[in-house]
Design a protein around this ligand. Structure first.
Ligand code: NAD
Ligand code: ZN
Length: 365
């Protein structure tokens, strides 16, 4: 089969590789119908994730069809259409029993496209299939659920739920990439008074307004702290969600919140940030952080099925799976291509729902 293989920092190629097989009875093999690329894949390609070894197939977000299952897989059948999550759950360890699948010590956690071969491929081996994949309702298209593999549960759990967003809150979201925009969408479920989005890219701020932000601030020209204080009568936001991963944006979040406020860090940080305890200690702030667990995926799937969570606007570019190399170039150059998420589609199989929105959305980018 063909797959996108990481060959060390700066090097990737679309290679012929051996087909995956069932290795242990809890595995399934899935044909990938739709896949996508994440900012984390770009981090790997920069060499920022040394645990990912050269030779690994990248990708941790996909929708596919089960083509083979191990003898211990009991809740899934060949032919089932499933969402593959960025987080795998052994279902048996202490953390999985606490729904903290991201911390799984039984061989799960973030493994696809990191510790084992990933999902930008024609087929993939899926460990712990019973406890790790989600059946997709027949009426939903692949790209309506594809972003529930990672960005939506990440923004919702690590941003909105950790930040304890409540009705009436002012929520400030720093960073309007796919994660920040998914936080806009899922914070909106709680009817906050204001969703304020801060970014330096006008195109992304426009998308934030489309998705429900009522205040957008371009902090390359406007003092974001002064603007948020003015909006909130001098108090500050109830919740700040950090969705960039830089020291300055984390520190901005600590300044943006009111006394007693919550800071939910989602960004992956490569450098230490200063925690100004000398000024923060008296303000009763709560700071949270974490890797996504994806315990919210069933709930998010229900919301998509009920039409309460509109995920299609995230899909800005469509490519056949065989053009994954070009898709990477487009995704990595988001500043000029305006890419948010790309959809990589395998050729449709007879009788299976295929990606249908590509043509309709072609003009979006
Ligand atoms: P992205 O790079 O696409 O978006 C980041 C946005 O931040 C961009 O729109 C950029 O213009 C903006 N930005 C950069 N510098 C800024 C500044 N100084 N002030 C304001 N805005 C600025 O990233 P993404 O895919 O949306 O991911 C956001 C973060 O979330 C990344 O750090 C990513 O690694 C992290 N992440 C965390 C988890 C988790 O489980 N915690 C999971 C996935 C991604
Ligand atoms: Zn586990």
């Amino acid at each position: 089969m063909k797959a996108l293989v990481y060959h060390g920092p700066g090097q990737r190629s679309w290679d012929e590789v051996p087909d995956p097989t069932i290795e242990v009875p809890t595995d399934a093999v899935v044909r990938i119908d739709s896949s996508t690329i994440c900012g984390t894949d770009l981090h790997i390609l920069k060499g920022d994730v040394p645990a990912c070894q050269p030779g690994t197939i990248l990708g941790h977000e996909a929708v596919g069809t089960i083509v083979e299952k191990g003898s211990a897989v009991t809740t899934l059948e060949v032919g089932d259409r499933v969402l593959l999550s960025c987080i795998t759950s052994c279902g048996r360890c202490r953390f999985c029993k606490e729904r903290r699948y991201g911390l799984c010590t039984g061989g799960g956690g973030w493994i696809f496209g990191h510790l084992i071969d990933g999902l930008q491929a024609e087929y993939a081996r899926v460990p712990f299939a019973d406890t790790s994949v989600y059946k997709v309702p027949a009426e939903l298209d692949d790209e309506e659920v594809l972003f529930l593999s990672d960005i939506l549960p990440t923004a919702y759990e690590v941003g909105v739920l950790n930040g304890r967003v409540e009705p009436g809150d002012t929520v400030a979201i720093v960073g309007a990439g796919p994660i920040g925009l998914a936080a806009v969408l899922t914070a909106g479920l709680y009817t906050p008074s204001h969703i304020v989005v801060i970014d330096r890219d006008e195109g992304r701020l426009a998308r934030a307004r489309d998705l429900g932000a009522d205040v957008t601030i371009n902090n390359s020209s406007v003092d974001a702290l002064a603007a948020v204080l003015e909006l909130t009568g001098g108090l500050g936001a109830d919740v700040a969600i950090e969705a960039v991963g830089l020291p300055e944006t984390f520190e901005l979040c600590t300044e943006l919140v009111r006394p007693g406020g919550r800071i939910a860090n989602v960004g992956v940080h490569g450098h230490s940030a200063t925690l100004h305890l000398e000024t923060l200690w008296i303000r009763d702030l709560t700071i949270t952080m974490g890797l996504v667990d994806t315990f919210s995926t069933p709930r998010l799937l229900d919301l998509v099925a009920e039409g309460k969570l509109k995920t299609l606007p995230f899909a800005t570019h469509y490519f056949p799976l065989g053009e994954t190399m070009t898709a990477y170039d487009t995704f990595a150059d988001a500043a000029t291509t305006n890419a948010l998420k790309v959809v990589l589609s395998a050729d449709p199989i007879a009788g299976k729902p295929a990606v249908t929105h590509g043509k309709a959305l072609a003009g979006v980018a």
